[in-house]
Design a protein around this ligand. Structure first.
Ligand SMILES: [Zn+2]
Length: 116
């Protein structure tokens, strides 16, 4: 099973929100550069099979994927901040001592490791 955080989301809804790692057909994807007049030199992701056979496989503009990826990260960060805020409140009510400072940093590190 792949550990990719994006992969887990895209398998669920097939919408490939954020940066895609694989086409829905299972094939890997590559980045290419558009040569159309409408989108000159714009980079996009495309399924490797689609480039050979011209079938309808995954296609996504790189800039749009990155914009989605950023909004995903922002949403995730908001959740972490809210969780941390809750923890800080809990911690404060339990113990007001200065000895808790290191523990707080540990919690943040733990969160980052878990989510990334
Ligand atoms: Zn494909």
């Amino acid at each position: 099973m792949e550990k990719s955080r994006v992969g887990a989301c895209s398998r669920r809804n097939r919408g490939f929100h954020g940066v895609p790692t694989r086409c829905w057909c299972g094939e890997g994807i590559d980045t290419f550069i558009s040569k159309t007049h409408k989108n000159p030199f714009r980079r996009f992701y495309r399924c490797k099979i689609a480039m050979q056979k011209g079938e309808a496989h995954l296609f996504k503009w790189v800039d749009e994927a990155l914009a989605e990826e950023i909004s995903l990260v922002e949403a995730r960060q908001r959740t972490i901040e809210e969780d941390l805020e809750d923890m800080r409140k809990t911690e404060k009510s339990e113990d007001d001592g200065a000895s808790q400072n290191n523990g707080c940093l540990g919690v943040i590190t733990w969160f980052c490791c878990k989510l990334w």
